[in-house]
Write a protein that binds this ligand. Structure first.
Ligand code: HEM
Length: 413
């Protein structure tokens, strides 16, 4: 009996823990152990904080196949779901962040209600507004005392202003909602802290939906309020959608702006090329795709659970078993991208999975792409001597967040 337990314990010890941190030395690369795992097999077990051992899928082909498979679920209330942290009691009433954690057909029904502002045409109509706020922020930076923290002065305000405009959220409340979303995406926040922050944001959005019911504007929250009024959408769901869009709309893009800038500063030849050809829309677009692939900031892996047995790559994922899909290592699969660890702004990286894949693929991607194209084609052209104002080893990286990036990026010019 004892020997069986010993061998079970020994086997347990061989199952690596997840999540893993990126290496301090090369903080743009996925955790080194994921690379070893990718080389060895397309999927294998990992151990989570609660002792459960879901499957971790590391290769590009299997990642796409699984994310597109209707037999896997994103709903954390399904038994076996590989939760990134303890689930609070409040979740028994449903997740406070709407359809990202739901399955079709309910997911598709709710998602359809908010797709209109994210069509390419509507997003392109916002381009002059985005260009203006990017220019205004740069003007302000240029009159400030150096060094300036690029995160605080530029990377965070630009997408926050954009999502506020789109949703109809007053930007003057940005300190409040940025503080709360920081708690939500911080990996080390306790369950209580995270649900308190989510509750606070949901209450705030609910108040705004209430205001839009009586005083509608030309914005997404007003559209949702109209659906509440017509009985199509419960008010609680409208505010949950607002929470999802507000958090997703600024945290991710902000991190791409700051981390992307750091990666380009560390590749001075490519930065020089981008600066000189900043009116070449093709080069700007391929730079955006390549940085999305290379940096892959949603580094914690998509979480799913199998609803039926799924045969894949010689293994069977049983119904009720958790599946984690870390797209950061998928984006570095040599079978999908030649020399995957090289940043190459000229490559065609459009098939990357930085926006996920399958039915939950990022709704805001046309907006994020447009914002990043405006930023990368403007910032380095307008501040050609932009450089770090500190040693690289002083920069701290968000290993502890659900969105990867830098906390601060002190720059000068
Ligand atoms: C560079 C910036 C961004 C990145 C890297 C990013 C990444 C992602 C990823 C990986 C997913 C898939 C999650 C999953 O499969 O579980 C996702 C979903 C989503 N994103 Fe983004 N995102 C970005 C910007 C935005 C923006 C600007 C918005 C706009 C408000 C947005 C709204 C959403 C929404 C609503 C979903 C859920 C879609 C669904 O479940 O159907 N994202 N995003």
């Amino acid at each position: 009996m004892t020997s069986t337990l010993d061998s079970a314990d020994q086997h347990a010890a061989e199952v690596p823990e997840y999540p893993m941190n990126r290496a301090e030395g090369c903080p743009f690369d996925p955790p080194p152990h994921l690379r070893t795992m990718q080389r060895e097999a397309p999927l294998r077990r990992v151990r989570l904080w609660d002792g459960s051992t879901p499957w971790l899928v590391t290769r590009y082909g299997e990642q796409r196949a699984l994310l597109a498979d209707s037999r896997i679920s994103s709903d954390p209330t399904n038994p076996g779901y590989p939760a990134p942290a303890p689930v609070s009691d409040e979740h028994s009433e449903g997740s406070p962040v709407s359809f990202i954690l739901m399955d079709d057909p309910e997911h598709a029904r709710l998602r359809r209600m908010v797709t209109a502002p994210f069509t390419i045409k509507r997003v392109e109509a916002m381009r002059p507004f985005v260009q203006r706020i990017v220019d205004e922020r740069i003007d302000e930076m240029l009159t400030a005392d150096e060094p300036v923290d690029l995160v605080d002065a530029f990377a965070l305000p630009v997408p926050s202003l954009v999502i506020c405009e789109l949703l109809g959220v007053p930007y003057s409340d940005h300190d409040f909602f940025q503080r709360n979303s920081k708690v939500i995406v911080h990996r080390d926040s306790t369950t209580e802290q995270r649900s308190a922050a989510l509750g606070t944001l949901a209450e705030y959005l609910d108040g705004l939906v209430g205001e839009k019911l009586t005083d509608p504007g030309e914005d997404l929250l007003s559209d949702l309020a109209a659906r509440v009024e017509s009985g199509e959408l419960p008010r609680r769901e409208a505010s949950r959608m607002g929470v999802l869009l507000l958090i997703a709309g600024h945290e991710t893009t902000a991190n791409m702006i700051a981390l992307g800038t750091l990666a380009l500063l560390e590749s001075p030849e490519q930065l020089a090329e981008l600066r000189e050809r900043s009116d070449d829309s093709e080069l700007v677009a391929s730079t955006v795709e390549e940085l999305l692939r290379y940096l892959h900031i949603t580094h914690n892996g998509r979480r799913r659970v199998a609803l039926e047995d799924i045969e894949i790559a010689g293994e069977v994922i049983r119904a009720g078993e958790g599946v984690i899909v870390p797209n950061d290592i998928g984006n570095r699969d040599p079978d999908a991208f030649a020399e995957p660890d090289r940043l190459d702004i000229r490559r065609d990286a459009r098939h990357h999975m930085a926006f996920g894949f399958g039915v939950h693929q990022c709704l805001g991607q046309p907006l994020a792409r447009m914002e990043l194209r405006v930023v990368y084609s403007t910032l380095y052209r307008r501040i050609p001597t932009l450089r770090l104002a500190t040693e690289r080893e002083n920069i701290s990286f968000k290993h502890d967040g659900s969105v990867y990036g830098v906390y601060e990026l002190p720059v000068t010019w």
